[in-house]
Write a protein that binds this ligand. Structure first.
Ligand SMILES: Nc1ncnc2c1ncn2[C@@H]1O[C@H](COP(=O)(O)OP(=O)(O)OP(=O)(O)O)[C@@H](O)[C@H]1O
Length: 243
């Protein structure tokens, strides 16, 4: 995978002709994506369409992906399962691998930002699902990423916690301004959070929708109803009540 050199007007990430084959199966087939600095992009696609494969390539975790990838800044990833190291306390998990002057102080600051100051000394296994996701977000943000990759980080959470986490992510994004790529199954989540929603199908970005609405957004907003219908149709989901 070729890594581009950072330039003056670099976006947070640029993917050019990204291709990934597993044996004789081509899962990604020349994907093109640009994520602007400070832009929030959501990626939808049917199960098995290659969303996680794309995200892993962007995170630099897949050496066998072909194509050009330009990510000028630091990349941080938060996964569906928080992936905290169980034998390190929460604070130490957030500080893990951090090469700053005072990793512990940075970790404390990040924990405060996600509202988890009091759980810094806890063991990961004692955290609730929402708390563990907050810790995972703190661990991502403490690296001050230019690109934040979120792989379905809210899908295992209950509905109320998910709403709280949506607000938290928007708040952190507005404050820190990374480019975000959020992989999700949830059309509403994509429409509530993102500036732009992409649909991955047959190994390519088959559709793109811009969401020009101020945040916070409400599910019932009439503009979202139309966008939701378009996206569901693109995903091959037939509206209820039709054949
Ligand atoms: N290491 C691998 N070896 C072989 N096939 C793989 C590997 N990783 C992914 N695949 C295949 O690539 C396809 C895309 O997988 P991927 O996990 O990226 O899909 P996804 O869109 O994230 O799915 P989901 O929404 O269900 O999480 C799947 O058919 C999967 O079986």
């Amino acid at each position: 995978m070729a890594q581009g050199l950072p330039g003056v007007s670099e976006p947070a990430a640029r993917v050019h002709r990204l291709t990934r084959r597993f044996g004789d199966r081509t899962v990604l087939d020349g994907v093109e994506i640009t994520i602007g600095r400070g832009e929030f992009v959501a990626l939808l696609g049917r199960s098995g369409s290659g969303k996680s494969t794309l995200l892993r390539a962007l995170a630099g975790l897949d050496r066998d992906a072909e194509g050009d990838l330009e990510v000028p800044g630091t990349v941080a990833v938060a996964f569906q399962e928080p992936r905290l190291v169980p034998w390190k306390r929460v604070r130490a998990n957030v500080a893990l691998g951090l090469r700053s002057a005072d990793p512990r102080a940075d970790a404390e600051r990040a924990l405060a930002e996600v509202g988890l100051t009091e759980r810094g000394g806890a063991w990961p296994l004692t955290l609730s699902g929402g708390e563990a996701q907050r810790a995972s977000l703190a661990r991502a943000l403490v690296r001050d990423p230019g690109l934040l990759l979120l792989d379905e980080p809210f899908s295992a959470l209950d509905a109320l916690t998910r709403i709280t986490m949506h607000r938290l992510v928007l708040d952190l994004w507005e404050r820190h301004g990374p480019g975000v790529l959020l992989v999700t199954h949830d059309v509403d989540e994509a429409l509530l959070l993102a500036d732009r929603v992409l649909v991955l199908d047959e190994g390519r970005i088959a559709h793109e929708t811009r969401v020009d609405l101020p945040r916070p957004r409400h599910r019932e907003h009439p503009d979202l109803t139309a966008l939701r219908a378009t996206l569901l149709a693109r995903l091959g989901v037939t509206p209820e009540g039709t054949a």
